[in-house]
Design a protein around this ligand. Structure first.
Ligand SMILES: Nc1nc2c(ncn2[C@@H]2O[C@H](COP(=O)(O)OP(=O)(O)OP(=O)(O)O)[C@@H](O)[C@H]2O)c(=O)[nH]1
Ligand SMILES: [Mg+2]
Ligand SMILES: [Zn+2]
Length: 303
């Protein structure tokens, strides 16, 4: 049996890197039967044991328990969850200041998932070269808000190599992932961080300001200064999976203390009497946009 790591998956084939070799591997049907609620039983980042076939392909026999992972609600009408990537030291939610414009709701959903699944999360705001004078104040507010909650914020532009230095430093030696909407520059960042790569990047439509979903499969890439980056396909909406209404506030760091003052331990912090979170919000201790994100998420998981 050979141990390796899944570096790419198309759904039927898995590329497994074992030592220095890339082995095209298949997954026996029994794995699919076991995990009905998952659209992909194997994710990029997984450690697996494979047995070798005569034709040089592999068969995945065993999956090592994941240290952590990022998951979201499956799309295209499928039920259950879709595991994006596993065994991470850190995950970056990538946004761009313009083209396409920032979606704070996306950031907040991603951060909640990372809190729930115990992945350290940071934020990248890319395309800083497209920021106008008026954006400066907004960027400062965003940085202050998220850093006060314990998340690092990196502002980058692929046209400014100095802006990438702090990012490179935290990536070195770790396994990290880039997750975000299409067109924000996830693949461009990767190509710039390690010039040995020239993965395909796509235009952003000038009409809709949306990317064209250029990256189609998640891919784990080893970079030259040591470390791995998982580039993932653009995501329109980051749907929460398997988070109950009563527990949602556990994944908002600023609500952890206030929620202890709530009268009811099933409090959802909306309409209940004697709610510590609402009290904290009214005192200005919880940011209005974050509280709004909380309400939006709560509504989406309640129905
Ligand atoms: N001005 C500017 N353009 C950028 C920057 N980073 C990326 N771009 C451009 O944004 C477009 C989309 O970049 P991609 O790297 O393909 O974006 P992506 O996030 O990988 O998109 P998907 O693979 O579709 O999810 C390309 O035209 C890039 O050249 C940046 O820092 N500044
Ligand atoms: Mg891409
Ligand atoms: Zn409450």
């Amino acid at each position: 049996m050979i141990k390796g790591r899944v570096i790419q998956s198309t759904g039927s084939w898995y590329k497994v890197k074992a030592n220095a070799e890339l082995i095209e591997s298949r997954l026996p049907g029994r794995f699919r039967l076991n995990e009905k609620e998952v659209t992909n039983p194997i994710a990029v980042g997984d450690w697996v044991d494979i047995s070798m076939n005569d034709d040089g392909t592999g068969t995945i026999e065993e999956i090592e328990e994941r240290r952590n992972y990022i998951t979201r609600q499956a799309t295209h009408g499928r039920r259950g969850e879709h595991v994006l990537v596993s065994n991470l030291d850190r995950a970056f939610v990538v946004q761009s200041i313009r083209k396409p414009k920032m979606k704070e709701g996306f950031i907040d959903r991603f951060l909640v998932t990372c809190e729930a699944y115990e992945v350290e999360a940071s934020i990248i705001i890319n395309k800083l070269d497209l920021a106008t004078k008026n954006d400066a104040k907004y960027l400062e507010e965003v940085r202050d808000l998220y850093e006060s909650l314990g998340y690092r914020v990196f502002t980058t532009s692929i046209l400014d190599s100095d802006s990438l230095k702090p990012l490179k430093d935290v990536i070195a030696g770790n396994t990290t992932a880039f997750v975000g909407p299409s067109g924000v520059g996830k693949t461009s960042l990767l190509n710039t961080i390690d010039p040995n790569y020239s993965e395909k990047v796509g235009e952003v439509s000038s009409y809709s300001d949306k990317g064209k979903h250029t990256t189609t499969f998640a891919k784990l890439i080893e970079i030259e200064n040591g470390g791995f980056i998982v580039d993932t396909p653009g995501i329109r909406e980051f749907g929460l999976f398997n988070i109950e209404p009563w527990e949602l506030s556990l994944y908002f760091p600023e609500m952890l203390e206030p929620r202890q003052q709530c009268k009811f331990n099933t409090c959802t912090h909306i309409h209940e009497p004697n709610c510590g979170v609402v009290a904290a919000f009214e005192e200005g201790l919880i940011d209005a946009n974050r509280y709004n994100s909380y309400i939006n998420m709560l509504e989406s998981i309640e129905d």
